[in-house]
Design a protein around this ligand. Structure first.
Ligand code: PEP
Ligand code: MG
Length: 866
């Protein structure tokens, strides 16, 4: 039969399209919920796959069903087991019963939060009410963009006719109906999975079966109809069966419910282990309590809202709500000339204001303002906006659409550092939209003393507009732990919780709250005694912090007197000032990429020399380990056209790119060699695989050194970021003066897990025993050669990792400046002999989680830094 398509189903977001059989849930892979495809998303906005009515949308907003005018129910279920998140990370953009257009925004979700908490991000898109409908022209596996056709829904008329005939026969022999009322024991009620099991059982029955609850009846064969009943834990439902074998039908429905209960307990209550989010046991306990209560609202349990720690710390203060007004823009414009001129004027106003902020604000604000001016003038955004204006759109619509296109492109790159820039683009977007409306974003928002900002989300400029002296903490319903605003908060030393969910809306403005960002908990209604105790704890911490900072300025030795050097990882001169104030002994890693990214031409020798000199000057006479440009691969440069790569992480990056473009490398080397006083700069080669790369760089350095006046040999080091380099460290050490272990990449390449892959974030852990063995090998090679081996990847600032690294023989760490005081304090409380014993036990374990749990048991011995 050549059926007319009823409707084409469109991809709700960009991502990787695959078959349902890939979904790690038998309900979907067995097509119990219906037929369709699955998508691994790369963005957190769900667009309507078709036009129709929203017929299911749980409070947790982790799934949505659209009923097309032709009666097909299309379910988009974001990730697997996401009902467990109880709405954390999800936000519905539409309401139940609303009629939506294809492509309309339905749900926003935080990719990081959901990836951390869910079993899988694979999102099934299925035709749920599939009776009489079938799908065809299913999309083959591969990358897809939002709006691409996934499949078409068509009538399967023969099937429908055959079933109608069978139904007619059955009705003729229909006995009286049978009913049974049962209490639903499932924690989340009749959500997608149990509804699917019921529907599957019902479809195999000859009897007509329905489910009654809340005074509504649903066809038991329709998953969405059953879900739409909204049956919660502990509520009663009545099954009715009529027709042949009604008794048997009721038993089968009972059995399906039993099976759902069984699957639920087999899946267990545990959420995915997440070391990065640092959700404390207190927070976990309260989420578990929320889970058992069957509550989907994400509200506080026992006065505690669980969240994710973005910046650790502890504070007491007054909830200060910041509500961002939704900026409404008209789609249609009033002509190209008028809209173009308006956009130009708005951009000029924003530029003038940003320049003013840049001239009067502190260093961080100045840098942000400068970055925002760059975005304001971004040619890609501006060209796209002009095109839209030429197509008849308004200036505001065009600017927003052009910005969002770039935001999506950044988010799709999968590089967390680039993704963070999306926040800045959104920030600039709002500046321009407000300017178009003749309004300015206030430069200084008035907040009370001891303000705890409570908001859904916060943009970088909104944070920097706040009076930092009055700000004690930030609590966001959404947001990511690695967002730009989180980085700013860390730089301002303001504790921050993200992912608190919709429960944040219930926090009353001006209420006193306790923010335990170490424990991932917001106490929304503390009593007087709790507030007094928290105030006392804040006071004690302040005292400790200032003592810790003062002590950080001294050298660091372990309890038994072993000298451990602590350096800072830097990306700018601003960082260098903070590093020295925090007790850094120098810079162990200058990521020079900051000079190369986001521009149209490469920085010339003079610009580079000035930048490096400024950092060196800020560091005083302290050593500066300058890493040669680590670009290419997933950090593309506009002015460095490289062939498209299937697998950029394994392609031209690090020293491979530098050697492929010796002109760029020469300029950088000359700039670095000219920093005064000669000798403070040491050069570090990224992504080394073998000695030939080191020899090639050294040859170039010698050539340039001769050109610049034959000065003494500069110290040269190699990064250990590939298993090959670690395994061959002793050979590399014949060619270099020192090694520095880049644990971020070493982990990525050892575990074959993309370091930016949201779904693998919980497992890409440098404490995996295989990575530890490579670190041990490198440290041993260094000690045999009498040359230093540092660790400069993220693991060096991880307090669980520190004793293990010392035990493996590492004597130099390079970390973010803010982490230095606490790390020095921790090291001063440990004995190297104990660290050695611990490290050798860790090497015998099977997983990173086992290592973490072993070290955590001994953390008091090793000086808990919290
Ligand atoms: C690393 O890989 O650990 C490292 C320090 O380099 P980057 O994070 O800049 O790749
Ligand atoms: Mg690296």
């Amino acid at each position: 039969m050549n059926a007319e398509p009823l409707v084409a189903i469109l991809a709700p977001f960009d991502g990787w399209c695959t078959g349902l059989e890939e979904v790690p849930d038998p309900v979907f892979s067995g097509r119990m919920l219906g037929d369709g495809v699955a998508i691994d998303p790369v963005s957190g906005i769900v667009l309507a796959p078709c036009a129709g009515e929203v017929v299911t949308l749980p409070a947790s907003a982790h799934a949505v069903t659209i009923r097309t005018p032709g009666g097909a129910d299309v379910l988009v279920h974001i990730g697997i087991d996401t009902v467990e998140l109880q709405g954390r990370g999800f936000e519905a953009q539409v309401k139940l019963g609303q009629v939506v257009g294809a492509g309309q925004e339905l749900i926003r979700f935080d990719l990081d939060t959901v990836a951390r908490g869910a079993k899988s991000l694979l999102t099934p898109v299925v035709v749920a009410a599939s009776d009489g409908l079938t799908i065809r022209n299913r999309r083959a596996a591969g990358m897809i963009n939002a709006g691409d056709v996934l499949f078409e829904i068509v009538h399967a008329r023969e099937v429908a006719d055959a079933r109608d005939a069978a139904d007619a026969r059955n009705v003729a022999h229909a006995p009286a109906s049978v009913q049974r009322t049962v209490t639903v024991q499932l924690r989340h009620g009749l959500h997608a999975r149990p509804a699917a099991l019921l529907a599957q059982a019902a479809k195999a029955l000859a009897a007509e079966v329905s489910v009654l609850a809340h005074g509504k009846t649903a066809n038991a064969r329709s998953v969405t109809a059953v879900m739409a009943l909204g049956v919660r834990h502990g509520e009663e439902v009545t099954f009715t069966a009529s027709g042949p074998d009604a008794d048997h039908a009721i038993q089968q429905l009972d059995a399906a419910l039993e099976a759902a209960l069984h699957m639920e307990s087999a899946a267990g209550h545990a959420t995915t282990g997440d070391r990065a989010s640092a959700v404390s046991s207190a927070a976990a306990a309260s989420s578990a309590a929320a889970a058992t209560s069957g509550e989907n609202s994400g509200g506080a349990v026992d006065g505690v809202l669980p969240g994710i720690t973005a910046v650790a710390g502890f504070a007491v203060g007054r909830a200060t709500r910041i509500e961002r007004r939704e900026i409404v823009v008209e789609e249609q414009g009033g002509g190209m000339a008028r809209e173009g001129a308006q956009l130009e004027q708005a951009r000029a106003n924003v530029r003038a204001r940003l320049t003013r902020v840049g001239a009067t604000g502190g260093v961080t604000r100045r840098e942000i303002a400068a970055a925002h001016v760059e975005f304001l003038d971004d040619p890609v955004v501006n060209e796209a906006a002009q095109e839209l204006i030429a197509a008849g759109k308004s200036a505001g619509y065009a600017w927003r659409a052009a910005t969002r296109r770039q935001v999506q492109a950044l988010e799709a790159l999968g590089d967390s550092r680039l993704r963070e820039r999306a926040d800045d683009l959104l920030d600039v977007e709002s500046h321009v939209l407000l300017a178009l409306m003749g309004e300015a974003r206030p430069i200084n928002l008035t907040i009370p003393d001891d303000a705890v900002i409570v908001a859904d989300d916060l943009l970088p400029s909104e944070l920097t507009a706040l009076d930092a002296a009055r700000l004690v903490a930030i609590c966001l319903g959404r947001g990511g732990a690695t967002s730009h605003v989180a980085i700013l908060a860390a730089a301002m030393d303001v504790p921050m919780l993200v992912g608190l969910g919709t429960g944040i809306h219930a926090v009353a403005d001006a209420a006193m709250v306790i923010v335990d960002a170490d424990a991932g908990a917001l106490h929304v209604a503390p009593d007087i005694a709790a507030l007094d105790a928290a105030q006392a704890a804040v006071g004690a911490r302040l005292k400790n912090r200032s003592a810790e900072r003062a002590a950080a300025l001294a050298d660091c030795r372990s309890l038994d007197g072993t000298r451990i050097e602590i350096f800072a990882n830097l990306g700018s001169a601003t960082d260098a000032v903070a590093a020295v104030a925090n007790g850094a002994e120098g810079c162990g890693l200058l990521r020079t990429e900051f000079l190369f990214l986001d521009r149209d031409t490469a920085p010339d020798e003079r610009e580079q020399r000035d930048a490096y000199q400024a950092i060196s000057t800020a560091l005083g006479a302290r050593p500066l380990v300058l890493r040669l440009m680590d670009v290419g691969g997933d950090k593309p440069l506009k002015y460095l056209p490289l062939p498209h790569e299937e697998n950029p992480a394994l392609g031209l990056r690090g020293v491979r790119t530098a050697l492929a473009r010796p002109d760029l490398l020469r300029t950088q080397l000359r700039a670095a060699l000219r920093v005064e006083p000669f000798g403070v700069v040491q050069l570090l080669i990224p992504m080394v695989t073998d000695v030939t790369e080191i020899i090639a760089v050294r040859t170039l350095i010698e050539e340039l050194n001769a050109e610049l006046g034959n000065r003494p040999r500069i110290k040269l080091g190699a990064m250990i970021e590939t298993p090959a380099a670690a395994l061959n460290a002793s050979v590399l050490l014949r060619e270099v003066d020192f090694l520095s272990i880049g644990s971020n990449d070493l982990t990525q390449y050892t575990l074959a897990m993309d370091r930016g892959h949201a779904a693998l974030a919980g497992r890409t852990d440098a404490l995996h025993p295989a990575v530890l063995k490579l670190i041990a090998l490198t440290a041993n090679a260094g000690s045999e050669a009498g040359k230093s081996v540092a660790v400069c990847g993220g693991v060096a600032a991880d307090r669980i990792a520190v004793p293990v690294l010392l035990g493996l023989g590492i004597r130099e760490l390079s970390v973010v400046p803010a982490a230095i005081p606490a790390i020095k304090r921790q090291i001063r409380a440990v004995r190297i002999a104990d660290c050695r014993a611990l490290a050798s036990r860790c090497l015998e374990l099977g997983t990173a989680a086992e290592v973490r749990s072993l070290v955590a048991q001994t953390s008091l011995t090793f000086g808990d830094v919290s």
